[in-house]
Design a binder for this molecule. Structure first.
Ligand code: PLP
Length: 521
């Protein structure tokens, strides 16, 4: 294999013609082709080290007998490699990111500035408590806002993502049931649930049973009531649900579950649609996680860790996990041990080593304080307005299965009904890549055939929405007309159609035959 200093290989020119005339280098204008680190790395280094003096080996027969295979690059080669790769990434800072259920909103730069203040960024979780009072005050403040916005009783700040919050909520539900000597074994989950819900319930040792959806895309209340009984520990319901619809029967659902002795977990990942307008505590919910990395604008999707605080009702608050930040006599205190006499005697324990994702808390606090209560309410209103604008702008070319029953919440749901024979949601998603967009969420929720779930969020302008709608309209028209060109999309991307299923099922995680090993032979 011939490799030159810049990593260019002759086959690149032909391998990546993108449907147009190939260039000598394989590059497309300023979008540079980039091989793997292992393909370009040699025995170069970023520093010149003197040959070490020979010493007698004390390893016996255990010396390495062939090169380790790590790619050696100079500093400029290393910088270019990663910079080139980073330019092939798509990000919310580049354009609209319509992934339904993910709330890919703009991450305000003010949040970043606050998170980098040394008093928040450069502290250690094991520092003496009196040296980090400001950080505890901030954790306490975010917790207070979450309790107030949700109308709940208590909050656990430590869960590190939505799915981790689900685990926290279900562990609290299990502890509450065990505390009353009630070994219920079944969790009910609607058909439209996010995959993490049944996965969490199964992980906690529960049997998972589906509740069907109505033709309107909401939980079938009568079917739910019919299934409730002494074996049902609780339900996990997303509201607004993954069809982008508000569960109007939520109060009746909670009353029925409580009457049957169960508890209600609400997946609050879609809180962005109702923040400042609906308090889940008023609906009767017992536990709900909040994705700070969705509703409260902390970066996610490869851009940073998440945070999934969980709010609890009065019934579940005693079982919430440690640690807690509490305010006592003007001082903030990190309560890390259960204390039989005083409080948290019933806690189910601890989920993480320290207190949670401090960097996410600072960003969320910055977002909350800069928006204020009225600003957060407007977030929900504008998110819903933008989603309905997308829904109504496209429901003449794409099938909107729940469109006729009224407005949506924060996301617009379309199906593949009416596309030409052989054309699928996948073709439209691939076409969006050529148009310069990350594809929408597809084939989820499962209750709709060939789902396309689009969540524009409130941070897109009308001009940005109009351009996206235009792109999607043109793709929908091609898919309905059976335009064979769409089947080849993406043609402008660095790589063409990949076998994503194979990549997910049989990922190749180890690079075989590094060229350095060949060269050494
Ligand atoms: C994002 C999401 C989750 C999971 O949240 P993570 O932070 O990714 O673990 C759960 N449910 C719904 C509906 C979601 O959109």
């Amino acid at each position: 294999m011939s490799i030159n200093q810049s990593g260019w290989r002759p086959e690149m020119s032909a391998a990546n013609d993108g449907g147009s005339a190939p260039t000598f280098t394989g590059n497309k204008a300023l979008m540079l082709e980039e091989p793997l680190l292992f393909e370009i790395g040699g025995d170069r280094t970023g520093v010149d080290l003197a040959e070490p003096p020979k010493v007698a080996s004390r390893l016996g027969g255990l010396e390495r007998n062939r090169p380790i295979g790590l790619p050696g690059l100079t500093e400029p080669e290393t910088v270019r490699h990663y910079t080139r790769l980073s330019r092939q990434n798509y990000a919310i800072d580049l354009g609209l990111f319509p992934l339904g259920s993910c709330t890919m909103k703009h991450n305000p730069r003010l949040n970043e500035k606050i998170a980098r203040l040394p008093g928040f960024a450069d502290i250690h979780p094991l520092q003496p408590q009196d040296t980090v009072q400001g950080a505890y005050a901030l954790i306490h403040l975010v917790g207070e806002w979450l309790v107030k916005l949700t109308g709940m009783k208590a909050v656990a700040m430590s869960p590190k993502a939505g799915a981790h919050g689900e685990l926290c909520g279900l562990l609290a539900i299990r502890s509450a049931l065990e505390a009353r000597g009630d070994a219920r074994r079944v969790i009910l989950v609607p058909e439209s649930a996010h995959g993490t819900n049944p996965a969490t319930a199964a992980f906690c040792g529960y049997a998972v049973e589906d509740i069907p959806a109505t033709a309107e895309g909401r939980v079938d209340l009568e079917a739910l009531k019919a299934r409730l009984g002494p074996d049902v520990a609780g339900v996990m319901i997303t509201n607004p649900n993954t069809c982008g619809l508000f569960e109007r029967d939520m109060i009746a659902i909670c009353e029925a579950v409580h009457a049957a002795g169960g508890l209600v977990y609400c997946d609050g990942a879609n809180f962005n649609a109702i923040v400042g307008r609906v308090r889940p505590g008023d609906l009767g919910i017992d536990a709900m996680h909040i994705n700070l990395h969705k509703t409260f604008s902390t970066p996610h999707g490869g851009g940073g860790p998440g945070a999934g605080p969980v709010v609890f009702s009065e019934a579940l608050a005693p079982f919430a996990p440690l640690p807690f930040v509490e305010k006592q006599d003007g001082q903030y205190l990190l309560v890390e041990e259960e204390n039989a006499e005083e409080h948290h005697a019933s806690t189910f324990g601890r989920m993480v080593a320290f207190h949670g994702q401090m960097g996410m808390f600072t960003r969320a606090a910055s977002y909350m304080l800069s928006h204020g209560a009225d600003g957060l309410r407007q977030v929900a209103e504008d998110a819903v307005l933008n989603a309905n604008y997308v829904l109504r702008s496209l429901d003449d070319v794409l099938d909107a299965p729940f469109g006729p029953s009224g407005p949506c919440m924060h996301e617009a749901l379309f199906s593949d009904e009416g596309l030409a024979e052989g054309f699928t949601t996948l073709d439209i998603a691939k076409g969006l890549i050529d148009e310069g967009y990350h594809p929408m969420t597809m084939y989820f929720p499962l209750v709709v055939h060939g789902s396309m779930l689009i969540e524009p969020t409130e941070t897109e302008s009308k001009a940005a929405l109009d351009q996206f709608i235009g792109a999607l309209r043109s793709l929908a028209e091609k898919a309905k007309a059976g335009d064979p060109a769409l089947k080849a999309a993406p043609i402008h991307a660095p790589r063409r159609r990949l076998d994503e299923t194979l990549a997910a099922r049989k990922p190749v995680l180890v690079y075989k035959d590094p060229p350095v090993a060949e060269a050494a032979e």
